[in-house]
Unconditional design. Structure first.
Length: 443
DNA sequence: GTTGCCGGGTT
DNA sequence: AACCCGGCAAC
C-alpha cells in the first residue's frame, strides 16, 4: 500500500529517489542511509533532518551508492522535477495510453519545459516519439507500473484471465492514437488511470487478483466462497435478486431522460450528474447476505457470526474470504430488464422500509431516513470481479404487493395545466402534454 | 366533475 | 423516442 510518497513522511530510508549520475543523467535508486552531520539531539521530525543532511542513495540494479544533499534528490519528500534540465538520453517514465511506459529524452526545451521523448511502448514495434511537458514525465518508475510496463503482464491480460473477456484485446494491440482521442474506455479501464490516481485503483486491481488467487488456493478455508456467492443469493434473506429504478413507476421513455426536467428529478435533490457512491460490504457466507457499510463491521460480523473467536496468534484475515466490497450508486442506476423497474419507488412502500432497516443499518439507512424518503436504487457492481454480473439488492415483498398499487400519490404541486391553462398548452412540459406526470413542477 | 398520470398503443 | 389517449383514482 505504501508508495514512495508516503514513505518520506515516515522514514526517509527506503524512499525511492532519482539522483544525478556521473554522466549527467538521473538514475533511480533508494535512500539507504541518512547522515546528519550537525548534532541535533532531538529534532522534532524524528529523523534528525537538517539542511546539511546527506543521503546515501543506492542506485538500482547495482551496488553503486553515492551521497547527495536533499536538494540534489528528486523524489517524494525531495524536490520535484520543476526546474530540472534533462539531457538527451535521460530515461524517463510517462503515462502513455493509460499505462506507464519507459521513454528516453530526445531533447528538452527549457523555455517551454517541453520534451521530445521516445517511448518504448510495450505494444509498439517501433519507438514512438512524443512531445511531453516536464510535469507529465517522471524519473521514477511507479511501483505498480513495473508490472504494467511489462509486456507479458499487463492488466488487460490479467483481467482477461480472470474473466471471460475476449482475448483479442490482449493479443491485438490497438494502436495508441486510437485510444487517445477516443472517449471509449480501454480494455483495462479501471486500471487505466493517470499517475496520480492510479495507486488506489491499482490496489483494487491487485486486491482482485489476490482475492481470486486466494479463493482458488488450497489454503482457502472455503474455496467456493466466490462461486457460492452467486448461488446463495436467491435464498438470502436480505440481499439478492432484482432491482428497481428511481424513476416513476411507469413511463420508461421519460424517466431516463433529463430533458424537460426528467422524472428522475422527482426523487432526487441533486443534479443528475452527481452520483453518490457508497461502499457496501456484503457477507457472502452461505445464506447470510448481511450487508454493512464498513469494512470493520463486516469483518466483525463474519468473525462473530460465522467464524467464531479468533485463535491466539491467528492473523490470517480469514474474514476477508467471506465478504465482498461493492459500490452502491445512489443515483442513475443501471437499467435492468427486471419487471420491477416498472414498479413504484420503494420509498413509498413500508415493506421496503422495513427491509431496508434490516439490511442497511449504516450509511444508506441514514440517507434514506433523513433524506425524506428519497429512493435509492442499489445496483451493486462488483468492481473487480468480472465473474460476477452486476448484482442488485432485492427487497422481497416490496413493490409487488397488491395492496400497494404502482401509482404515485398525486402531488400538490402546480401543474402546467394549472399554470398555463389549456389555451397555452404549448407551454406545458412535454410530460403534461402527454398526460404524464408533470416534470416541470415535480416535487 | 376536474385533474393528474399510469399503462399502453401508435407513429 | 416522441406522441397520443383511455381510463383510473385522487381531489
Amino acid at each position: 500500500m505504501s508508495t514512495g510518497k508516503r514513505l518520506a513522511k515516515r522514514s526517509i530510508i527506503g524512499t525511492r529517489v532519482a539522483a544525478l549520475g556521473d554522466d549527467g543523467l538521473y538514475y533511480s535508486g533508494m535512500i539507504q542511509a541518512v547522515k546528519t552531520p550537525a548534532p541535533f539531539p532531538e529534532n522534532n521530525n524524528c529523523i534528525n533532518l537538517t539542511p546539511n543532511t546527506r543521503y546515501t542513495v543506492r542506485f538500482d540494479g547495482g551496488k553503486l551508492t553515492r551521497e547527495y544533499r536533499d536538494a540534489e534528490l528528486i523524489g517524494p519528500g525531495f524536490r520535484g522535477l520543476a526546474g530540472v534540465r534533462l539531457r538527451a538520453g535521460q530515461r524517463v517514465f510517462l503515462t502513455y495510453n493509460g499505462r506507464e511506459v519507459r521513454a528516453d529524452v530526445l531533447d528538452h526545451d527549457h523555455d517551454s519545459d517541453e520534451l521530445r521523448v521516445q517511448v518504448h511502448a510495450p505494444a509498439a514495434e517501433v519507438p514512438i516519439e512524443l512531445r511531453k511537458r516536464l510535469d507529465e514525465i517522471r524519473l521514477l518508475e511507479s511501483r505498480k507500473s513495473a508490472r504494467l510496463a511489462d509486456v507479458d503482464t499487463d492488466f488487460a491480460r490479467l483481467a482477461d484471465m480472470a474473466g471471460d473477456r475476449r482475448r483479442a484485446s490482449a493479443t491485438i494491440e490497438v494502436p495508441a492514437h486510437h485510444m487517445q482521442g477516443s472517449r471509449k474506455r480501454g480494455p483495462s479501464s479501471s486500471c487505466d488511470l493517470g499517475y496520480g490516481e492510479r495507486d488506489d485503483q491499482m490496489n483494487e486491481c491487485n486486491a482482485a487478483l489476490v482475492l481470486m488467487s486466494l479463493s482458488c488456493s488450497p489454503n482457502s478455508p472455503r474455496p467456493s466462497a466466490w462461486g457460492d456467492r452467486s448461488s446463495v443469493s436467491p435464498g438470502a434473506s436480505s440481499s439478492s435478486g432484482s432491482s428497481w429504478r428511481s424513476g416513476t413507476p411507469s413511463p420508461p421513455p421519460v424517466s431516463s431522460s433529463f430533458s424537460d426536467e426528467g422524472i428522475a428529478m422527482d426523487y432526487e435533490d441533486k443534479p443528475p450528474t452527481k452520483k453518490r457512491i457508497n461502499i457496501v460490504f456484503e457477507c457472502t457466507w452461505r445464506g447470510c447476505g448481511y450487508i454493512t457499510g464498513s469494512c470493520s463491521s463486516i469483518e466483525a460480523h463474519i468473525r462473530q457470526t460465522h467464524l467464531g473467536p479468533k485463535k491466539e496468534g491467528e492473523s490470517d484475515h480469514e474474514e476477508e474470504f467471506y465478504y465482498t466490497e461493492s459500490e452502491v450508486t445512489a443515483a442513475a442506476p443501471a437499467p435492468t430488464l427486471s419487471h420491477r423497474d416498472m414498479c413504484r419507488p420503494p420509498h413509498e412502500d413500508p415493506d421496503y422500509q422495513r427491509q431496508l432497516v434490516g439490511s442497511y443499518r449504516q450509511g444508506l439507512l441514514s440517507t434514506m431516513q433523513n433524506g425524506s424518503a428519497r429512493p435509492i436504487s442499489i445496483p451493486i457492481t462488483h468492481s473487480w470481479s468480472t465473474s460476477h454480473s452486476p448484482k442488485h439488492i432485492k427487497f422481497t415483498g416490496a413493490n409487488s404487493s397488491p395492496g400497494s398499487p404502482g401509482r404515485r400519490p398525486r402531488s400538490d404541486n402546480k401543474k402546467c395545466r394549472k399554470v398555463y391553462g389549456m389555451d397555452q398548452r404549448d407551454l406545458w412540459c412535454t410530460q403534461c402534454k402527454w398526460k404524464k406526470a408533470c416534470t416541470r413542477f415535480g416535487d
